[in-house]
Design a protein. Structure first.
Length: 462
């Protein structure tokens, strides 16, 4: 096989990421929402403006949860248009979780020669058959042709000898005392033979642009002769863990606590399609945070903590100092309402996650997931609902995200779902989206799958 024949899409039209996004939208019913369809109007710039600040003495006006997710998706599309990132040629060993940027066309017939589908005998003509002394094994040279009344032992995957009538399975044949072979069942011509090209012919399109590279896709690509696939590059993400109170090892002590987000966020981000370039711990110092953000070359910077208005909450002042545009400044969701999304440049965004662990998970799924999904050109998951087994208390104004396990046809809410708790989410299959006011037993709730529980690509974090 030549290097040319082992690569995907080298003769295909050169599609950049935005064009791949368009193909994904067209092939999936435009799952990437247009803000206009959600009631957002105005120019691309004004549609991203955060809600105006509340009047003194009134409750802060945060962005509704569905609208915040739509804004994050829109930010991803704007970035893809601005960056015009070129597809990459990814070796199969590193392509898991990427999105195809060129069709996967068959480079050969599959199978590429007539093969045996079973262990048994290749037979020619009617029984009885005289069995050759030497058998036919997979991976060996082409066998000689058979003549009428002749059979040869054959292994699954081995080449079929010319003039073979059928393959007789081992369990369907018997030999007499003279060594002649008989069939214990009717032999149908062509049985248990996989003919050349049964699965595909050279040039057939196996998978379209926009297909997510799953383990099965890797297997198909390898079988079809590929060493690499042409795919949308991963967005680069950098995690800045903020706080003087965090320990990286040992037991909590002397007012210090263990950092839970440093170990948790990188594999989660990889499951969402990002390449995590660094995890950096930043002390509670405004200049240190400013230096870290300005030095980052990541497409998406994620900070943990510091998004409120306390004495060491430096994220908002840093964004003002940088002249960043706040796209989302607070979300009507619990936990995690002080999360934010800012555009630093046309091609770089910052997602400010709250410091409490479950609140950070909420921010990750509300703002980072839609942004990274669009940058990865992954199709949006189909929304689905399940009835809640138990009642869930709601917030008077905000959406709640509650960890649940799936039991039969019901979602069971879990305890330990406070903003600082991870015990619930660690046992969860999904997060239930609970509307303001709460939900009664049996009420249908939208579910957000967790990447390791969805049975999809996210089960692999490497």
């Amino acid at each position: 096989m030549t290097p040319h024949s082992a690569r995907a899409g080298e003769d295909a039209e050169d599609l950049d990421v935005e064009e791949v996004l368009a193909l994904v939208r067209n092939s999936n019913g435009d799952h990437l929402p247009d803000p206009a369809a959600r009631g957002e109007t105005g120019s691309a710039h004004t549609s991203h403006q955060p809600d105006p600040p509340a009047r003194p003495g009134t409750r802060h006006r945060a962005t509704p949860w569905p609208e915040a997710r739509a804004r994050a998706e829109r930010a991803g599309r704007d970035t893809a248009r601005a960056a015009r990132r070129a597809p990459v040629s990814a070796p199969l060993g590193t392509a898991l979780g990427l999105t195809l940027a060129a069709p996967l066309d068959a480079l050969t017939d599959l199978p590429s020669f007539d093969t045996s589908a079973m262990d048994g005998w290749a037979v020619c003509g009617p029984a009885p058959w005289h069995v050759r002394d030497e058998g036919v094994l997979a991976g060996h040279a082409a066998p000689g042709p058979l003549t009428d009344g002749e059979a040869v032992r054959i292994a699954t995957g081995a080449r079929i000898p010319p003039d073979t009538t059928a393959v007789l399975r081992s369990e369907h044949g018997r030999t007499d005392d003279k060594g002649r072979l008989y069939a214990t069942r009717v032999v149908v011509p062509g049985q248990d033979i996989r003919p050349r090209g049964q699965e595909c012919r050279t040039g057939d399109q196996l998978l379209a642009v926009g297909t997510l590279v799953t383990p099965a896709v890797l297997g198909l690509a390898a079988a079809a002769g590929y060493d690499t696939v042409t795919a949308v590059p991963r967005a680069r993400a950098e995690v800045l863990v903020l706080g003087d109170e965090l320990l990286t090892q040992g037991l909590p002590r002397d007012g210090l606590i263990r950092d839970a987000l440093g170990p948790m966020l990188p594999p989660w981000l990889r499951a969402l399609g990002a390449e995590v370039t660094a995890v950096r711990r930043i002390r509670d110092d405004a200049d240190a945070l400013h230096e870290a953000v300005t030095a980052s070359e990541a497409d998406v910077i994620l900070t943990t903590g510091g998004t409120a208005a306390g004495p060491v909450d430096h994220v908002h002042p840093t964004l003002r100092r940088l002249g960043a545009e706040l796209l989302v400044d607070g979300v009507e969701v619990r936990p995690g309402h002080p999360m934010l999304l800012a555009r630093i440049t046309q091609t770089q965004h910052l997602v400010g996650l709250p410091g409490n662990p479950l609140a950070a998970v909420s921010g990750l799924l509300t703002l980072a997931e839609p942004l990274l999904r669009v940058l990865a050109a992954r199709p949006a998951p189909e929304p689905y609902t399940m009835p809640l087994r138990d009642a869930v208390h709601g917030h008077p104004h905000d959406t709640r995200l509650v960890p649940v396990v799936l039991r039969g046809d019901e979602a069971v809410p879990l305890h330990y779902n406070g903003p600082a708790m991870l015990r619930g989410i660690a046992a969860a299959d999904a997060l239930a989206v609970v509307p303001p006011g709460g939900a009664r037993p049996g009420q249908e709730a939208e579910l957000l799958d967790l990447p390791w529980a969805s049975g999809g690509i996210g089960v692999c974090f490497t």
